[in-house]
Design a binder for this molecule. Sequence first.
Ligand code: ASP
Length: 436
Amino acid sequence: MKKVVKFGGSSLANAEQFKKVKAIIEADEKRAYIVVSAPGKRNSQDHKITDLLLMSYQLSSHSLSFDEVYNLVESRYKDIKQDLNLSVDIESVLNEVKENIQKGASKDYVASRGEYMNALLLSDYLGLPMIDAAEIIKFDENGKFDYKTTEDLVGEKLKDVDKAVIPGFYGSNEHGQIVTFSRGGSDVTGSIIANGIDASLYENWTDVSGFLIADPKIEPEAKPIGLVTYKELRELSYMGAPVLHEEAIFPVRKKGISIQIRNTNDPEAEGTFIVHDDWEKIKHGTITGISGKKGFTVISVEKTLMNEEKGFIRKLISIFESNNISIEHIPSSIDSISVIVSDSQLQDKQNKIKEEIKIYCKPDSVNIYPGMALLTVVGRGMIKTKGMSAKIFTALYESGVNIRMISQGSSELNIIVGIENRDFEKAVKAIYRAFN
Ligand code: ASP
């Protein structure tokens, strides 16, 4: 069975990286469909090609010259071509894209050219055909991904193509116009191709050796996660910074295809396996990861006999809905309920919300407490294991962290605690050390 391999922007940022990619592909015959991102940063001061293209689009749409920015795009592709001695006529493609930008091409078209041109170079370098994603990845007229049509097209088009390079991040609609996924979307393309060909594995090559149990900026000793289930990853990525695009899980999850996150700069490392949810190997008493975010506000509403008043919660929730605020958590007790929302959602609507709650819900009191962080401890090894929460809360108590909220997901896969923003780093460290 074949594997789908996706290389991120930093894995294809220059000729040196292209060489590593070639060695990886040639080391395993099963690596058949190669999905590529646009060239990323070569160092921390550098620019991503997608950002430069979007900047060119922006300047041009305001009738400003974008030559200077576009020159950076051109020289990056030309350097790779020259350093690898390639023959593909990338110059003509670069000129065509430039002309199209001048003529007012769409934002999605412009953004997608980073992947398109990188795929042209890699296909030449590997001596493999390139299949344009516009032919196989389809979107409907509202810009929504068309799963069924795409699945059929991928199966059909790749049936007779043994190996190929495919640009990530975009597809097209029924009028042939280019449509992109959200940023980082090449991960999604890889997952769609893996689903479409029933791949044995989806390898996602990036510049880190998989996920770590905790953010290394907080806990420098954090060990890698060897294996995580899709569900666990959802719980982790929901609050932390994702290595993988959030939507990349869904296509492969449908068929139970595993994803392996690997490091182009350290191909010997095993990285992290993301596997189906009923994976047997559970190490009881362990956690898989810790993640979280600062910047939440608690809106606490008290009303005696609240639980007997029909429609009370509905009224409360509808206030948030009508103010276009999504809710993170709703812990409650017999006479009180708290609504937790992120500060970015709440913005400056605090007073308006408070007034509306007073008018519609007639509570005894409404209080707003800003400055909260949410932290989630995730682990399939926590299920039906005694003492897990005791360990977490003891660690927090011993490091002097004040807990303001506790919630356990109904699948027993995670425990969420609300703490003060200022205690966040201390809490992550304390929990990590309690289990490692
Ligand atoms: N090049 C696009 C971006 O920078 C998509 C990707 O890299 O996956 O967001």
